[in-house]
Design a binder for this molecule. Structure first.
Ligand code: FE2
Length: 476
């Protein structure tokens, strides 16, 4: 990786032949508002709030390289539901870098794998030779802030109408940024975050109180001696849970023109249990595996930590190993005292991702995990699913909804107001029809999601496949 390209910016990639820039992933440019959308079935009259989903959506054709799911401009799609009616809104997350690209009418920053950053003559002194902000992965609302989140990066604050306010450093206390997957404790309202970086300290964690004030400034995780990629976290009553797979940033190799990321399975995968009260970090180690996403974690009466997560044998594209990558929903049981862990698949390994639980169960035992998965009836690239599966991790019972005609997104749980039962709520997601690429918002009943949508909201524009979302109730 070089800070500048001696021969100028790389040429645009061939977007039409990049599976994550075309088809169900093809970015959209227009920002629109559309109300009173057509509904098939019935939107639950008690459902009152907004589903927001972020995702990589390059405004201009990327230069030199494009790495899904780690880069692109952020676009937030919102579906507001109230009184049985639906309203759609979408907006780019307007970072300073995107603003200057819009002014220029083209991409100015190179793709991640090129390391190319534009100079002062192109982007002015403030942005010259900086890396581009990419708050394109997730959204969270906490402590009065609505945030668009990037990969261990400074979030951008949004208004409820999805206009961009600017960078959020939490009153200057967390300047380096936070994970795209913070976790909010539903009992205390506390939000736990972490951040990895290319320079020491390579991994830090922080806590924010329910009012959004910082309770713990960034605190280094000990025994992390080189930059390591950690995408997600989990939270229990006592611990932040961070899984450190052996995927390292290798800046020296990148400078020589090699890969910026190195997979070193001999190091194994380490799990850090970080006491929320600041006590000594406990570690457990296992054979190497890779994980993008956790579903949830909780503590048992005898002091073990249970972590449900999507396990992959290795990260795609980061290793010289060949052969299939095996993955599926798995459970790790960790003994914090002995420093040991066991792991097993909860179902036969099959391609599945984006695990979600009823967020009111975060940190406590959950009884259902919802994931996107595949029917196997058509070839799909990573991140594209044509089925949703709901799984009870205790019994192994699964319920599936298969929809090969759709590209379906991450499922997200919507509670029924005033009702604590997950089965009485709903699961929602965006979906895109594969042939005509029309889009819709799907609502499944929590009691019987396999029966298919109880409501389908037609969206008058295309909503590309993206990443993560959140349900924001009107009343909290
Ligand atoms: Fe993610």
């Amino acid at each position: 990786m070089t800070a500048t390209a001696p021969h100028g910016a790389p040429p645009p990639v061939d977007a039409a032949h990049d599976p994550h820039l075309s088809g169900a992933f093809e970015p959209v440019i227009d920002e629109i508002d559309a109300g009173d959308l057509e509904v098939t079935g019935e939107l639950p009259p008690e459902m009152d709030g907004m589903y927001l989903r972020n995702g990589p959506n390059p405004r201009f054709t990327p230069l030199g390289s494009y790495v899904y799911p780690l880069e692109g401009d952020g676009m937030v799609h919102g579906l507001r539901v109230s009184d049985g009616r639906a309203h759609y809104t979408n907006r780019f997350v307007r970072t300073p870098a995107l603003d200057v690209e819009v002014a220029a009418g083209r991409a100015l920053w190179g793709g991640l794998m090129t390391g190319y950053t534009p100079g002062e003559d192109e982007v002015g002194p403030t942005l010259a030779h900086t890396f581009k902000d990419m708050p394109d992965i997730n959204v969270v609302r906490h402590g009065g802030r609505l945030l668009a989140l990037g990969e261990s990066a400074t979030p951008f604050r949004l208004t409820p109408e999805l206009a961009t306010c600017g960078r959020e450093t939490f009153d200057g206390t967390i300047p380096a940024g936070i994970t795209a997957h913070p976790k909010v404790d539903p009992r205390t309202g506390e939000m736990a975050v972490f951040c990895y970086g290319l320079e020491p300290p390579y991994l830090t964690w922080s806590l924010l109180g329910p009012d959004g004030t910082t309770r713990r400034n960034p605190t280094a995780v000990p025994d992390v001696d080189e930059p390591v990629m950690v995408h997600d976290m989990a939270l229990t009553e006592r611990f932040l849970v961070l899984v450190l797979a052996p995927l390292y940033f290798d800046i020296a190799a990148a400078m020589r023109g090699g890969s910026m990321l190195a997979w070193r399975p001999d190091d194994g995968t380490r799990v850090a249990l970080i006491p929320r009260d600041g006590g000594p970090v406990r570690w457990a180690t296992s054979e190497a595996y890779w994980s993008w996403h956790n579903a949830n974690a909780y503590e048992t009466d005898d002091g073990r930590v249970v972590l449900d997560y999507v396990q992959w044998s290795r990260p795609g594209g980061m290793s010289p190993d060949t052969g299939p990558i095996v993955g599926g929903l798995a459970r790790a049981e960790i003994d914090p005292v002995a420093g040991t862990m066991s792991r097993r698949f909860l179902v036969d390994p099959a391609s599945m991702e984006f695990p979600r639980v009823d967020d009111r169960r975060l940190g406590r035992r959950h009884d259902v995990v919802a994931l996107g998965t595949i029917t196997g009836r058509q070839p799909l690239v990573p991140g594209d699913h044509d089925a949703v599966v709901w799984l009870d991790p205790e019994t192994g019972r699964t319920v599936r909804w298969e929809a090969p005609e759709y590209a379906v997104g991450e499922p997200c749980f919507v509670p029924r107001p005033g009702d604590d039962d997950t089965a009485h709520g709903w699961w929602v997601t965006f979906a895109l029809e594969r042939t005509d690429r029309s889009s819709c918002f799907l609502v499944f009943s929590g009691a019987d999601p396999g029966a298919g949508p109880v409501a389908t909201v037609r969206i008058p524009v295309r909503v590309p496949l993206g990443l993560h979302g959140a349900w924001l109730p009107t009343q909290e």
